[in-house]
Design a protein around this ligand. Structure first.
Ligand SMILES: CC(C)(COP(=O)(O)OP(=O)(O)OC[C@H]1O[C@@H](n2cnc3c(N)ncnc32)[C@H](O)[C@@H]1OP(=O)(O)O)[C@@H](O)C(=O)NCCC(=O)NCCS
Length: 135
């Protein structure tokens, strides 16, 4: 397992992050809001996580975890989730994933995330969204 470094995102990380980002939205806005963590391997940015400060009923929500395809299955996603969980400013931390996203569900299970429920009629696809408490 390769050891990654988790740190707050810097605006200069944007080009590297954009090269593998697969989520909608402009990450530079998230960077300005201070909601991104990045994972680096030998100083190259290989993943990021977003914690939206009050997106889950007023509580913080880990809303994105994204690892560059070439760097997957090396523990980086788990390092990002743990990095978000260990941040001392959160009293509680929640996350969610689509039911079909087995990699993310397995990752969360390996982090002892507590499954707290699900919601239907939320995703445009009609897919069930499963809710977890991380902290
Ligand atoms: C989901 C994602 C973040 C996982 O990142 P990763 O760095 O590959 O995950 P890790 O290496 O930390 O894996 C930790 C554990 O999760 C599980 N896991 C991760 N990817 C898996 C896969 N493709 N299949 C099965 N289990 C998987 C395993 O239990 C793994 O532990 P192990 O390698 O010891 O068996 C990555 O695949 C990704 O960026 N996917 C696209 C974006 C996405 O769907 N994000 C989640 C919703 S926001």
């Amino acid at each position: 397992m390769t050891a990654s470094t988790i740190r707050p995102c810097d605006i200069s990380d944007y080009p590297a992050l954009k090269s593998f980002d697969e989520f909608m939205g402009d990450r530079r806005i998230d960077m300005q809001q201070g909601s991104l963590l990045v994972a680096t391997l030998e100083s190259a940015v290989v993943g990021y996580a977003k914690v939206a400060h009050s997106e889950f009923m007023g509580w913080p929500l880990l809303s994105i975890v994204c690892v560059a395809p070439s760097s997957r299955r090396q523990g980086i996603g788990r390092d990002l989730v743990e990095g978000a969980r260990l941040a001392t400013q959160w009293l509680r931390l929640y996350t969610s994933t689509e039911a079909s996203n087995m990699p993310m569900r397995k990752l969360l299970k390996s982090c002892d995330a507590k499954e707290i429920g699900f919601t239907d009629d939320l995703n445009m696809s009609g897919e069930r969204e499963i809710l977890f408490r991380l902290k």
